[in-house]
Design a protein around this ligand. Structure first.
Ligand SMILES: [Zn+2]
Length: 379
């Protein structure tokens, strides 16, 4: 087998294979073609010396907004992914059935980065989200479009991985769990998982959790009060353990208002790690406090998660949520995506969405990206 590219001698951290050690990873024809020590290079093989670097499966950011130009909150997927080590950007509900065709044709099909999408159940997705205009797309029941959402999801099965709904005072006004109920019907009808956003009540964190099914994702899971997952005494609320036991997944979804160090500390102290780490990067948080996926991963590392757990939460665990196991792994035959990371030691300042600053001893940086079997990072 002639490899196109070999990443040589890195510390390869691939939780999907319980692997953490020095080896080579090779790519050919857009796939992983080799994994092991001293992989042989042919005459046409590009070899990159990765001594001292960490190589992981291509990072998946499970919560992003990349419908650039079509929605006010969208950022450019390729600009973001290429420099921040993300190979798969999962857009969560930027588009609804009324404007998904534009997202597909103008963004998904023209981007180099892999883009998958949760389709919003609200007709035009998240249409009114900016510094000056903020209108919740789940506020008006006239916009709920279950029939149209089923049609669009069925017609775009290759890129639509789930159904999205936002509930909470800011996203759904006084509608309570009604939009979630409609989104669940679409999820049932299509056989797709649901991702639910929560913000401030109503509805309550527990009300939303009680409605989620095995494989559904709760995003903004480590949010601050109100609708925090921990009690005033800092204990993880029992409803979370019940939901996890039946298979509900918990996603970070940092964003501009949905992640607090105080909550995260209590969750980790209670042994409740997130299933997935995601940035929820969009126009209003890309310049802070979320910045990107590696910054969000760095925060969890500094709060006490192990590097292996942080990488798992950005690779194989996200693949489980997507139900696409060829993502998030460096097994031979998998998608040819990898990320090169460094973990730097020092004193680094991080800020959460409540303005609390944390000085951490480590920072994860993106040093390289392989996408579809080719070196893609600018460096
Ligand atoms: Zn979001």
């Amino acid at each position: 087998m002639q490899h196109d590219l070999i990443l040589k001698g890195a510390r390869v951290v691939d939780p999907s294979q319980n692997h953490d050690g020095i080896c080579d990873v090779a790519f050919a024809d857009g796939r992983v073609s080799g994994f092991g020590r001293d992989l042989p290079a042919g005459p046409g093989t590009q070899v990159r010396d990765m001594a001292g670097a960490i190589v992981t499966p291509g990072l998946i950011d499970l919560h992003t907004h990349v419908y650039w130009g079509g929605t006010s909150l969208g950022i450019d997927a390729d600009d973001f992914c290429r420099t921040s080590g993300v190979t798969t950007s999962v857009d969560t509900g930027s588009a609804g059935p009324g404007n998904f065709a534009g997202f597909r044709s103008h963004v998904i099909e023209r981007s180099q980065a892999r883009i998958l999408a949760y389709l919003h159940v609200s007709f035009a997705g998240i249409f009114g989200f900016s510094k000056t205009i903020m209108v919740g797309e789940s506020e008006d029941p006239r916009l709920m479009a279950p029939r149209e959402a089923v049609e669009v999801a069925e017609a775009n099965r290759d890129v639509i991985v789930g159904i999205k709904v936002r509930v909470g005072r800011h996203a759904s006004g006084d509608q309570g769990t009604a939009p979630l109920d409609i989104a669940l019907q679409v999820a049932e009808e299509t056989g797709l998982p649901l991702m639910a956003h929560i913000d401030e009540p109503p509805p309550s964190y527990e009300q939303v959790l009680a409605m989620l099914r095995p494989g559904d994702v709760l995003t903004h899971a480590f949010r601050p009060f109100p609708n925090s997952p921990v009690t005033a005494q800092g204990a993880v609320k029992p409803a979370l353990r019940e939901a996890r036991a039946r298979g509900v997944l918990f996603d970070i979804g940092h964003g501009k208002g949905s992640f607090a160090f105080r909550t995260a500390r209590a969750m980790l102290a209670g042994g409740f790690l997130p299933d997935t780490i995601s940035s929820d990067v969009h126009q209003l948080c890309i310049e802070g406090p979320a910045f990107d996926q590696v910054t969000t991963m760095s925060k969890m590392l500094c709060l006490g998660m192990s590097l292996t757990d942080v990488v798992a939460a950005s690779t194989v665990n996200a693949a489980v949520a997507l139900k696409r196991m060829e993502y998030g792994t460096l097994k031979v035959g998998a998608l040819g995506d990898a990320t090169v990371l460094a973990v730097r030691d020092g004193a680094f300042d991080y800020v959460d969405t409540r303005g609390e600053t944390l000085t951490g001893a480590q920072r994860i940086t993106a040093e390289g990206v392989v996408l579809k079997g080719r070196w893609w990072h600018p460096a």
